[in-house]
Write a protein that binds this ligand. Sequence first.
Ligand SMILES: Nc1ncnc2c1ncn2[C@@H]1O[C@H](COP(=O)(O)OP(=O)(O)O)[C@@H](O)[C@H]1O
Ligand SMILES: [Mg+2]
Length: 485
Amino acid sequence: MDEEKKRPGVARRALSLRFAIFAGFILLAVVLLAILNTYPISLMRSQLIRAREAEMRSNFGALSSALESSSVLDYETSAAAVSILDVGRDCRVLITDTSGKVLYDNLKSSDMIGKTVLFSEVIEALYGNDVFRCVYDSEAFRYRVACSVQRDGLTVGTVYAYQYDTENAELLEKTKGDIAKLSFAVTGVAALFIFVFTTSLRRRFDRVLEGVSQISRGNYDYRINMNGSDELGTIAREFDQMSAQLTKNEEIRRQFVSDASHELKTPLASIKLLCDSILQAKDIKTEEVREFLGDISDEIERLTRITEGLLYLSRMENGESVGGICDLTHTVVKSSEMLRGSAGEYEVRFMLDMPESLYVSGNPDLIYQVVFNLMENAVKYNRRGGDVRVSSGHSDGGKVLLYVADTGIGIKEEELERIFDRFYRVDKMRSRQTGGTGLGLSIVGRCMEAIGGHIEVSSTYGEGSCFTVYFEAAPESVQEGEEQS
Ligand SMILES: Nc1ncnc2c1ncn2[C@@H]1O[C@H](COP(=O)(O)OP(=O)(O)O)[C@@H](O)[C@H]1O
Ligand SMILES: [Mg+2]
């Protein structure tokens, strides 16, 4: 109860579902009960009446035929015909003349003989029509039949019979009662079943809703842990998977914020230290000040590189600049020119083995980031006098491959899968000396994800590494067009 108070929305939703199921059931039950309690009974009743109608019409039709064939119509001939045909056993039988005067009555103690009866059935029979009527109340069936007796085309009298049947009426009433009892019992059992079912459904719903509300409050560790092969069970499992993913994302986000702050803190601390040294030194020479300022400038440059890298990554998360066509050869040549300075510094030679032009699908800016970062790493993590070989190829699946291989320090097997993580550097000192931020390869990874390619790396520690990048080839029409122009 308390829980329901705390989460009125949840309680109301679960209740209304239950209410809807109940209301639907009650509506269905009412309709079914109404049909079940009327249709079979009315069918049975009309069946009984029809059977009796056929029987009475045939019996009393035969009696009227018998009377038609006798020469006179009086008490004796009527009594003889009734007893021969044996039709008066459970009926009251009256035979009248053309004026409706009773000639015969099979009731022994009758005082009707000689009296005129003007029942509507008798009157209709006098007009030459055979009539059957039945009136039913819950006590009895009252059947009336009247047939005209005709001779030479003229009505000479009528046969009127009346039957009061309580036996079948009782049977009908009993059946009615039995059906009512049975249908109420079945409804009761079904209601109980629905109550149990909706109670369990509601509990399961509440668990799922509790999970949703926990996650919406930021409690990503919450798990519903609900079994079942129905839709709710599936929802709960999917939901738990989603919360697990959220937990993971949240962990990555926290780690990133902490790493980024740490990375930004280090150069800031150096700058602070360098400034303090200048301020605290009493007789400091201009040259020394310049040296310190140079160091400060280096740290600021480093801060700039880190923030630029982070900004680039965050722009990538927003999914900017995806489509396009790029000439890979041109990008490689441009990157090698940009890196000429540092290559000279490390005495590293570029060996480019590329076709004249090589078109791939993807945004040129993103592809430049990939190629430049890989070639920069190949220079920075090389040995003095080493080589950087950049070449291209085609895979069986029709992809364009770019190889960036170096003869440098290599990467240990266990480090390989971590080098694409943000801020991850195998040798922090070396990376720092070469101005690295640990963001280059994560930018490469994200760019490749964005353009729908992928990257592989193989390396022998101490001998060198080779990065293989898989690009989608540009559509043929584009390549032909570019070649012509
Ligand atoms: N060609 C390579 N040879 C050896 N190690 C490499 C190479 N490329 C990357 N690495 C390792 O992977 C780390 C991550 O690379 P990167 O993300 O580009 O960061 P950095 O800014 O340090 O270059 C580097 O610090 C280096 O340890
Ligand atoms: Mg790098």
